[in-house]
Write a protein that binds this ligand. Structure first.
Ligand SMILES: Nc1ncnc2c1ncn2[C@@H]1O[C@H](COP(=O)(O)OP(=O)(O)OP(=O)(O)O)[C@@H](O)[C@H]1O
Ligand SMILES: [Mg+2]
Length: 356
């Protein structure tokens, strides 16, 4: 294998939005091993994995006994863009309050982060933000950052997850009293004025219900998908069904990645007790034709971990495995969705002044 042949192979690789020739920083061959350095301006893990697979496959097709080592360098010369590059935006909804949206959102964020992804989390619960407490970040304040003469906010980073919440701008003991338009305005500010930089996943922890905030989210962001959380009891299932129906509506049309059944059972002396009923979420998922992502047990450690601001997914335990598996599943479903479906359109509000 000679360098010219290898260069020719690399130059023939065509990747949408990425110019391999101009990104190549070094190319070395030692026996059958190829060392390549590329400079990239979008260093999300998904982007790097995609390029890595394409280049490795192409080289091993042409030079069957070779192995390739790829190194990514951050493109320092590129002017920082004010626009963040966010690959996937996933909303976590429920319908009923208190069923575990924020718990699922925070543990999922950490499980995805643990798998190497760049993760952001917006606490869209304007009236009752829980994320600062769950991430032990109640006293943090987002810093302002100037990018290309535009003043933006830098998200608070806790356990490697980039977080934005109205809770960072208010006293935890004070009630947040906003009329609807003020709440949606505050949310829009957090979405539009935060410099997330490059993210593989941006999770949105929604408030309960199907109201103003939900509408504002689907108008402001192109959601890759949604996750609906429910307990197995009828009073939660009925609201979860409404949340699924909201996402499925023709005007909204956000794919439902799946259903999370939370507080599915309680272990006492290794015996399962179904205090909120058995398999209610599973049955709802089947009826609605959406995947059942996981059945999470009611565990004291999950509650305690949330309350002390160190989510259970950070511990190496049976419980953290539940969230690791959830993250794996979501990643696979989202990857498939991105191949099969076009990006979700933001919802446009049209004002109908007709009389019928
Ligand atoms: N699987 C679980 N095991 C034990 N406790 C849990 C579990 N899931 C959630 N909890 C606890 O239940 C309470 C409610 O959870 P959480 O705040 O995540 O719900 P929510 O749906 O976000 O609520 P809200 O609608 O108010 O935003 C919290 O105290 C949380 O620690
Ligand atoms: Mg919540």
């Amino acid at each position: 294998m000679v360098q010219e042949e290898l260069l020719r192979v690399l130059q023939n690789i065509k990747l949408e939005g990425f110019n391999l020739s101009s990104s190549l920083r070094s190319l070395n061959i030692q026996k059958n091993k190829v060392f390549i350095s590329l400079s990239v301006s979008n260093p999300t893990l998904q982007f790097k994995n995609k390029i890595k697979t394409i280049i490795e496959n192409k080289i091993s097709d042409q030079f069957p006994n070779s192995t390739t080592e790829l190194n990514f360098l951050l493109d320092k010369n590129e002017q920082k863009s004010t626009k963040s590059s966010i690959n996937n935006i996933i909303a976590i909804a429920s319908g009923k309050g208190g069923v575990g949206k924020s718990t699922v959102a925070s543990n999922l964020a950490i499980a995805l982060k643990n798998q190497g992804y760049n993760v952001g989390l917006i606490d869209a619960d304007i009236y009752g933000p829980s994320i600062p407490l769950m991430f032990d970040a109640e006293n943090e304040r987002p810093k302002s950052i100037n990018i290309n003469n535009k003043s933006l906010m830098s998200p608070v980073i806790s356990y490697g997850v980039k977080i934005m919440s109205i809770g960072f701008f208010s006293n935890p003991n004070d009630a947040i009293i906003f009329r609807g338009p003020m709440a949606t305005k505050a949310l829009k500010q957090m979405i539009d004025h935060t410099h997330w930089d490059d993210l593989d996943y941006l999770l949105i922890d929604l408030p309960p219900g199907t109201g103003d905030i939900h509408l504002s989210i689907v108008q402001s962001l192109s959601l890759t998908g949604s996750i609906v959380v429910t307990t197995p009891q009828p009073v939660s299932l009925i609201d979860a069904k409404k949340a699924i129906s909201m996402f499925k509506k023709k005007e909204i049309n956000v794919p439902v990645v799946g259903l999370v059944e939370n507080m599915s059972c309680l272990f006492i002396d290794n015996q399962k007790h179904y205090i909120f009923g058995k398999d209610g979420g599973k049955a709802l998922a089947q009826n609605e034709g959406v995947p059942l992502l996981v059945q999470i047990p009611l565990e004291q450690t999950i509650r305690e971990a949330g309350d002390v601001g160190r989510p259970a997914a950070l511990q190496n335990s049976i419980v953290s495995k539940v969230f690791d598996n959830l993250a794996e599943k979501i990643k696979d479903i989202i990857d498939k969705r991105n191949i099969e479906l076009p990006p979700t359109k933001k919802v446009k509000i049209t004002h109908n002044r007709g009389c019928n």
